[in-house]
Design a protein around this ligand. Structure first.
Ligand code: ASP
Length: 310
């Protein structure tokens, strides 16, 4: 009876010299709370699907993370959220993009999976579906945080001055949250939620909303990604981990390292991912300075970490 869970709160952290002890503590507390929310579900015999939803919901409600409350702004100063969920045993999946009213986009993605004949709903249709399903809906100012608004102003100034992607500070580039889990019946699940990238074009769809790019789960493994979404889409990053394991016989570690440290690096795609396999092994590779992350693997080893060298 093996259970395991891993979570991430986004890649691309503050550089060590810019991180205050207070911020460090808050981030680790937020990660611990989210990890515990999902792990409790698993300990009590719940499904991996319920566990990943519990972890992701906890971080969507925490303004420190780029998802739900505290999400980043588009170039127009609006909020367009994305989320995905996938159940490995059935390969059922649901995703949403361009969400502007749901307090918890991951719950909306789950309803798309369970209550529609489709995998993805976007924009006004996703908002209308949230209301129809009776999910908690909020006004745009619910998501607002001063920090993200300032980040948008700085990003717009950088773009206006002709800055390139290389000039974007690490903590500005990334942010997304996710969870992957294995339950006691051997079922795997993954969920991801994000505001996307600061100053993204309105209407832009990122990897989070695309099954196989930012999120994947089957009988082999469950994967949730964070990083420069366009590259994760072009690498089919999340699915490639499962494919490498199935077709090449690679371990979870080998497969996820190959995608993050080779394929994505080759494309210039910074970020990382969390992954769990059917034995409860966990891998959390990253190719940038840090990734907010935590896990309790199948051996019961618990860890919370921020920097790559932790
Ligand atoms: N993957 C997300 C996106 O491109 C952002 C991130 O994880 O940093 O929308």
């Amino acid at each position: 009876m093996t259970i395991a869970i891993a979570i991430h709160g986004g890649a691309g952290t503050l550089r060590r010299q810019e991180m205050t002890p207070e911020k460090d503590r808050q981030m680790r507390e937020g990660l611990s709370a989210a990890l515990e929310a999902g792990h409790r579900v698993l300990r009590e015999g719940g499904t991996s699907l319920d566990a990943v939803i519990a972890s992701v919901t906890s971080m969507e409600d925490n303004p420190l993370f780029n998802a739900g409350k505290g999400a980043v702004f588009t170039l127009d100063g609006t909020i367009e959220l994305e989320a995905a969920v996938m159940d490995g045993a059935s390969r059922d999946a649901g995703t949403v993009t361009g969400v502007t009213v749901a307090r918890n986009p991951v719950r909306l993605a789950r309803r798309v999976m369970e209550a529609t004949p489709h995998v993805t709903l976007g924009f006004s249709a996703a908002d209308a579906f949230a209301r129809k399903e009776g999910l908690e809906c909020v006004s745009p100012d619910y998501y607002y945080t001063e920090r993200r608004w300032q980040a948008l102003q700085e990003e717009k100034a950088r773009i206006a001055a002709g800055g390139t992607e290389a000039d974007v500070p690490e903590d500005r580039k990334h942010g997304t949250i996710g969870a992957v889990a294995l339950d006691e019946r051997g079922r795997l699940a993954a969920a991801t939620s994000t505001g996307g990238r600061t100053a993204k074009w309105p209407g832009r769809v990122g990897d989070t909303a695309i099954i196989g790019a930012g999120t994947w789960a089957d009988e082999t493994c469950a994967v949730s990604c964070t990083g420069h979404g366009e590259m994760f889409i072009r690498a089919a990053a999340a699915h490639d981990v499962a494919a490498r394991m199935a077709y090449l016989g690679q371990t979870l570690r080998e497969a996820s390292d190959a995608v993050v440290l080779q394929t994505l690096v080759g494309l210039g795609g910074t970020g990382g991912m969390i992954a769990v396999d059917a034995k409860g092994n966990v891998a959390m590779p990253l190719n940038c300075e840090g990734m907010y992350r935590g896990m309790v693997d199948g051996q019961g080893t618990r860890m919370i970490a921020i920097y790559g060298d932790e």
